[in-house]
Design a protein around this ligand. Sequence first.
Ligand code: C2E
Ligand code: MG
Ligand code: MG
Ligand code: MG
Length: 281
Amino acid sequence: SAKERGKNSYHMFAPDLQKITSDKMFIQNELNRALALGELTLYYQPQVNAKDGAIVGMEALIRWNHPERGLVSPDQFIAVAEETGLIVPIGEWVLRTACQQNKEWQNQGLPPIRVAVNLSARQFLKKDFTQMVASTLEATGLSPQYLELEITESTMIDVHRASNTLAELKQLGVHIAIDDFGTGYSSLSYLKEFPLNRLKIDRSFVRDMKKSPGNRAIVSTIISMAHNLELNVIAEGVETDDELAFLQENLCEEVQGYLFSRPLPRDEVTTFMEEQKRRIS
Ligand code: C2E
Ligand code: MG
Ligand code: MG
Ligand code: MG
């Protein structure tokens, strides 16, 4: 009977494997619903000039405003979204929302800044990706120079596809940053071949710089390598004055981290930027 078959198929799975599978399906269903009901939201973390503290950008970071579980961090759902392909519609939503928001800040008379958007490899390597970016910019009215796309070294594994897309994006005029730089175990040869703008030093190297000579060596080496390749550098996860001082001494252009601000909900960003504008003008 169907009941017996159902019972048998139940026993085909080890209990924990079955739990993992159903968790994944549960999250997938919930995520679909979240996207449809507008439960996804973007927080923004300021990126600042290391010399004078001027705001140069905002990184858009996704959150899931879950009705029962509260604010859920991307670490808890991006992997499932990637595996199920849901990252594609979610990623399009993120891009559109971030571009719209940045244009809105400009319309409010705030100094123009970049908005940085995180991309998963699956999204970036899709065939019509550049076209999607181009039509999003057109629809929102944001100039390409105010959009930065963050990709990771793992995206470079498909060298051929990545290089075509990067050339198209360069043509379009958007900026490209390599996120979590130094953690990806990939060849460095793409750095000299591809049109990139910025390396983003991973937080794991920035953290503990004070105690770790190894971290300091890695950070200063990444910065000088980037400069020799005519790339800019931003350090993520900057939490202390010591870390900032070391990055400044080593001529790191930009910094981002709790020392300046945590990621902020949209409405708090406006206040943060207005205060900054007053401080500078
Ligand atoms: P990421 O792009 O490397 O973002 C940096 C993460 O470090 C963020 O975590 C941020 O809140 C956190 N952070 C920033 N400054 C500090 C600091 O000073 N100290 C510490 N301890 N942490 C800091 P978050 O927001 O939880 O995002 C985690 C990851 O999720 C991101 O890492 C990114 O890979 C991914 N992600 C976030 N939003 C999106 C998205 O829209 N699409 C995709 N595909 N991935 C996303
Ligand atoms: Mg990022
Ligand atoms: Mg990062
Ligand atoms: Mg990271």
